[in-house]
Design a protein around this ligand. Sequence first.
Ligand code: AVJ
Length: 317
Amino acid sequence: MNPTIETVTPTDQFLHDVVKGLSGAQKTLPCKYLYDECGSQLFDKICETDEYYPTRTELGIMQRNAKSIADQIGSGVMLVEYGSGSSTKTRILLDALDTPVAYVPVDISEEHLLKTADDLRSAYPDTEILPVVADFTKPFTLSQSEQPCFHVALYFPGSTIGNFTPEEAGELLKFMSSTLGEKGGLLIGIDLQKEASIIEAAYNDQAGITAEFNLNLLTRINSELDGNFDIAQFKHRAIYNPSEHRIEISIVSLRDQQVRLDDQEFHFRTGESILTEYSHKYTIEGFTQFASQFGFALHHHWTDNRNYFGLLHLVLD
Ligand code: AVJ
């Protein structure tokens, strides 16, 4: 008889993470689960709100400085991107780079990734497009290009690094430096510290899209894990914590209530919160200092005229 092969399905993993997150004294839910199909669409809508400045600011920085960014990266590069999504900003880079040998988009969402890869293949016939389906927070293997490449540049835009606690971000930088090898570079986007009211407005848009995005996580738990959250009995909250320099996004219970999930019951007190996401804000100097612990040195950086967002090119020294 064949031995039974035990595999953990994505749903098992989701259930496991949700139960674990809701069982602690401070309830939490991992922010990566915010991005299902519906969540990803809502995130795109957030980017179009007047209040949410990071995406359009970063895009502007890329557009205005494409040539200079490409020059800093150099020719014959293998460009690797973590959490590539639709690779919109990457096209600006690929257009400006001198003979990029390969582009390796890394993303967990397979269908979306392969579709994007096909589109890129027709747009950039001279660059090898080598998608990798992986969770970039866990070790994975990069594909090899057929043509030799001179060096690897890792592109990590969108201020995604802000979602991680400093400890987790450190782990990721350590892992990145081992992936990069000699002469490797990291082009990373970070949202900069600024007046709290501007940051808070960005995560509490008037149209309520961020609230919808956050609460969609409960809808997702209901449909995928057979939960019975009454969404109307919860609300979105996003507050800037100035001492930790981060936005703390939570879902708050509007009353004392029980929620059933799988075969377990979870109790929520009135005002009790579920922490869903952090978004850390850095300074150029602070982030440079932080990255230096993992062997990175600041090579060049670009920002916008309001100093809202920073794009840093760090190299291994
Ligand atoms: C995708 C992580 C960059 O932190 O600004 C936006 C996520 N959450 N509004 C951010 C997010 C609510 C976003 N990142």
